[in-house]
Design a protein around this ligand. Structure first.
Ligand code: DAK
Length: 260
C-alpha cells in the first residue's frame, strides 16, 4: 500500500481498517484525506483480495467532525463546485465498492463526516456518538451527497429537520432512525464492524457484489433497479458459486466459495 498523508491503512485477515488520522482537528476532511481516500479506493485496494473495509476516526472523540472548515473559507463558486464534485465522485466509489464497507462511528460524525458514514454500506456506532448536518450554521448545505443519502436512509421529514436545524442526534436516535445498523459499546466499534464483515464474508462474494449494485441502482437516476436485479440474478445463477451453494445445501455441508 502507498504512503498516505492523513489516513492509516492496516489489513488483518482480509479486512482493511482505514483510520482518518487527524485527531487534533477531530479528523476533519481536508485535501490530504480526500487525496488519500481517492488513491486508496481507486488504485490500492483490490476487492478480489479482501472481504471488507472499515472506516473509522483516530482518537476517542470523533469519527469525522466535518469538512475542514479552515480550508474552505477562501473558495469561490467554481472551485467549490469542483471540490463538491470530487467529494461526490470518491463517495460514489465507496458506495459502489464491490465488497462491504462499514463505518465504525466512534464519536462525532458531522457534515462531511456524516456524509462519509452514509456513503458506506453499513454503520455501527455507540449510543453517545453524534450525527449531524450542521452546514446551515455555516451558510452552506451538505455538499457531499448528504441531502440525498440522508433522505434515502431516514426519510424526507427527518432529513429536512436534521439539515434545516443543524441539530445533532445521538447514536441511539440514529439507530432508531435507521441511520445506524448496529449499536455497540463505546470502544467496540471496530470489533463490531469486524464481526459484521466476517459474517458477510461467509456468503458468496459475487452475490454480495451484485447486491450492492442492485440496491444502489434503486437510488440512481436513469437506472431501473428491477432490471438491474433481473440482470444480477441471471449473472449469479450462471456462477460456479450458485451451483456450489445449492449443492452444499442439499448435501448438508457448508459451501466453499470460489468467487467464480
Ligand atoms: N474543521 C476544522 N477543524 C475542526 C473541525 C472542522 N470541521 N472540527 C473541529 N475542529 C478542530 C477545532 O478547531 C479544534 O482545533 P484547535 O482549536 O484545538 O486548533 C479541535 O478540532 C478540537 O475541536 P473543539 O475544541 O471545537 O472540540 P469540542 O469538543 O469543544 O467541540 C465539536 C467538538 C465537534 C462540537 C466542535 O469541534 C464543532 O462544532 N466542530 C465543527 C463541526 C462542524 O461544523 N463541522 C463542519 C460541518 S460542515 C464542501 C463540501 C462539503 C462541505 C464543505 C465544503 N465543498 C465542496 C467546498 C461540508 C461541510 C461540513 O462538513
Amino acid at each position: 500500500m502507498s504512503n498516505y498523508k492523513a489516513i492509516t491503512v492496516q489489513e488483518n485477515n482480509k479486512i482493511v481498517l482505514v483510520t482518518i488520522n487527524r485527531p487534533h482537528a477531530l479528523n476533519a476532511l481536508n485535501n490530504d484525506v480526500f487525496e488519500d481516500l481517492i488513491r486508496l479506493f481507486n488504485d490500492d485496494l483490490d476487492p478480489r483480495k479482501i472481504n471488507g473495509v472499515i472506516i473509522t476516526g483516530a482518537g476517542e472523540k470523533a469519527f469525522v467532525a466535518g469538512a475542514d472548515i479552515k480550508e474552505f473559507l477562501s473558495l469561490d463558486a467554481q472551485k467549490a463546485r469542483e471540490l463538491s464534485k470530487r467529494g461526490h465522485d470518491i463517495f460514489a466509489v465507496i458506495e459502489n465498492f464491490p465488497v462491504v464497507v462499514v463505518a465504525a462511528v466512534n464519536g462525532f460524525a458531522l457534515g462531511g463526516g456524516c456524509e462519509l458514514a452514509m456513503a458506506c454500506h453499513l454503520r455501527v456506532a455507540h449510543a453517545n456518538a453524534r450525527f449531524g448536518q450542521p452546514e446551515v450554521n455555516l451558510g452552506i448545505l451538505p455538499g457531499y451527497g448528504g441531502t440525498q443519502r440522508l433522505v434515502h436512509l431516514i426519510g424526507k421529514g427527518r432529513a429536512m429537520e436534521m439539515i434545516m436545524t443543524g441539530d445533532m442526534i445521538d447514536g441511539t436516535t440514529a439507530h432508531t432512525f435507521g441511520l445506524v445498523n448496529i449499536l455497540c459499546e463505546a470502544g467496540a466499534e471496530v470489533a463490531t464492524a469486524t464481526k459484521l464483515i466476517e459474517k458477510i464474508a461467509k456468503k458468496a462474494p459475487l452475490a454480495i457484489a451484485e447486491t450492492i449494485k442492485a440496491v444502489n441502482a434503486h437510488f440512481r437516476h436513469g437506472k431501473d433497479g428491477y432490471q438491474t436485479e433481473i440482470d444480477s440474478f441471471g449473472k449469479l445463477a450462471a456462477t460456479e458459486d450458485f451451483r456450489e451453494g445449492a449443492t452444499a445445501f442439499i448435501e448438508k455441508r457448508k459451501p466453499g466459495w470460489k468467487g467464480l
